[in-house]
Structure formats: C-alpha cells, structure tokens
Design a protein around this ligand. Structure first.
Ligand SMILES: Nc1ncnc2c1ncn2[C@@H]1O[C@H](COP(=O)(O)OP(=O)(O)OP(=O)(O)O)[C@@H](O)[C@H]1O
Length: 270
C-alpha cells in the first residue's frame, strides 16, 4: 500500500502545490486523482517514485519511507506512464518497451521476447515491433507507453493523464483496455486526470483535489455522486454531468443515444 502522510510541496519559487495531504492508496485497485489544472495531482503522483521530494511529510510504500530508497532503483521498480507517451523517438517500439529491463541487465533476447509479449498484452500487433514511435498513431504510441510501464512487472503503476492527448474514440478504447488489463493484472494503479468522467469510469476510488493541492473528497464514484462533500464537488461533478447530458437522436431510422457533444454513446433497442 502507498501512503501519503501529511505531505506538502512548496516549489523553490514559493508555489504551494500540495498542502498537507494524507491519503492511502490500497493495493490492487485503481485510485484516481482528479482535479482542475494546478491542483497538485502530478506533484503527488511524482512523490511516489521520487521524481518530486515532499517539502514536509513522507510517502511510504508498504511502510517503508521512499526517501530512504535509492531514487533510480525505486523508479526502475515502479511503472510510469505519461501523457504523450514519453517514448524515445530514435528507438524502435520493442527497444522502447524493453528500456528498463535492459537497464536492469536483462539479456537482449529476453528483453525483446518480453517486449513482444507485452505488445500482445496491450493489444498491439507484433509487426509494429521494429517501427519507430513517429510511425505509429497516437493511440498506438500510448499503448507502447503502457507496455513500457508494465515491462518490469511492477506492483505499482503510475499513470499521469496517459490518454489526454488522443481523440475521444481512441481514448475510450484505451480506457476499456486499461479496465480489461486491470481485471487481469490487479496492479496498484494511481491515475491522474482532470476528466471527471474518466475518473468515474476507471477509479475504484476517486480523490477530488482542489486548487492549492487539498483533498476535498475521497470515495467510490457512487459515493461521490450520491453525496458530494460540498458545493465545489457538486459543481465539479454536476457541471460535467449536465454538459454531457444524454439525449436520443434519430439517425437513418435508428435511435442513437448521443451526449451533449454529439458523440454516440449507444443505440436504443427496439
Ligand atoms: N517545478 C515547478 N516549479 C514551480 N512550480 C511548479 C513546478 N511544478 C509544478 N508547479 C506548480 O505547482 C502547482 C501544481 O502543479 P501540478 O503539475 O502538480 O498540478 P496538476 O494538478 O497536475 O496540474 P495539470 O493538470 O495542469 O497537470 C501548479 O501551480 C504548478 O504551476
């Protein structure tokens, strides 16, 4: 279990990004940090693998303070998937996925085999193994990013807006894929997004943050929807619900359910 014990982060320029956050991230579940831009989500996430060190408080993994662990070693044991995939452009797909296993001293052949297996896991055709990231679609690149995050079979997977940069249909596909993967793999996933719909879809637990890095509410999606903690949460949840209100549209004699952006959500049975 990952635990944040009253952590704060003040950056050198004085910005207080996170203010006394205490949070438990249960194992083998997906916990989603959601909040508007600047609410400290990324800062919190990066405290887990020591890309950011807290100014006060501490983060523990299974009771051990991460501050006492070598940062490089820590990062090699925790999967990290970011927006825009963060792939190395001059390395092939297989080499990108195998980056950390190779750093950990795996034999080249074993690392490639592992990369190919992971391509199967995330739904990428093996024929793409020797392409470069620039030769893939945005959605395929994100899948490579997820495969790379899983490459060392980490218990913990940190995901920072991993599907933020792809179009809505591909995004939906990647979300479904993550749900499937998580059912199979049961990792401890800490996921950052500013999209409340994504948070409710993916999160077993959802943590709502306010600007200034303060937790406003923690709960299951149903709990938060049923009883928002305050006006801020009600607005955050409710405004989006309203914007995405579903309605029925007749297209070619069929009844399509579409959201407020005109995106189809399903077809009504007759
Ligand atoms: N290296 C830094 N130096 C100074 N301020 C920073 C630094 N990194 C982040 N901040 C500030 O800290 C606050 C929280 O940033 P953070 O990236 O954690 O928020 P976020 O919720 O992930 O936002 P976003 O959704 O826009 O990525 C912001 O005000 C940001 O400008």
């Amino acid at each position: 279990m990952i635990e944040f014990h009253s952590v704060s982060k003040q950056y050198p320029d004085g910005t207080l990004a996170v203010r006394e956050v205490s949070l438990q991230v249960p194992p083998r579940q997906t916990t989603v940090l959601v909040g508007s831009s600047g609410s400290g989500k990324t800062t919190l996430l990066r405290m887990v693998n020591r890309m950011v060190d807290p100014s006060a408080g501490r983060v523990t993994i299974d009771g051990d303070d991460v501050a006492g662990t070598d940062a490089v070693k820590l990062r090699r044991g925790i999967g990290y998937v970011m927006q825009n995939s963060g792939l190395l452009p001059h390395r092939t797909v297989a080499a990108n996925i195998a980056t950390v296993p190779l750093l950990r001293g795996w034999k080249r052949h074993d690392a490639r085999e592992r990369a190919l297996e992971l391509m199967d896991t995330v739904g990428l055709d093996r024929s793409l193994a020797d392409r470069y990231p620039g030769q893939l679609s945005g959605g395929q690149q994100q899948r490579v990013g997820v495969a790379r995050g899983l490459a060392v079979d980490p218990n913990i997977l940190l995901m920072d807006e991993p599907f933020g940069a792809v179009d809505p249909l591909v995004r939906r596909e990647l979300q479904e894929e993550l749900l499937r993967l998580q059912r199979e793999l049961g990792k401890t996933v800490l996921f950052v997004t500013h999209d409340i719909d994504e948070a409710f879809l993916l999160g077993d637990r959802v943590v709502i943050l306010r600007e200034g890095g303060e937790i406003v509410q923690i709960g299951t999606p149903a709990e938060i929807l049923a009883s928002p903690a305050d006006g801020f949460v009600a607005d955050f949840v409710g405004a989006d619900r309203g914007r995405r209100a579903l309605h029925v549209q007749e297209v070619d004699g069929r009844s399509l359910v579409v959201d407020a952006d005109g995106r189809p959500a399903g077809v009504l049975a007759r």
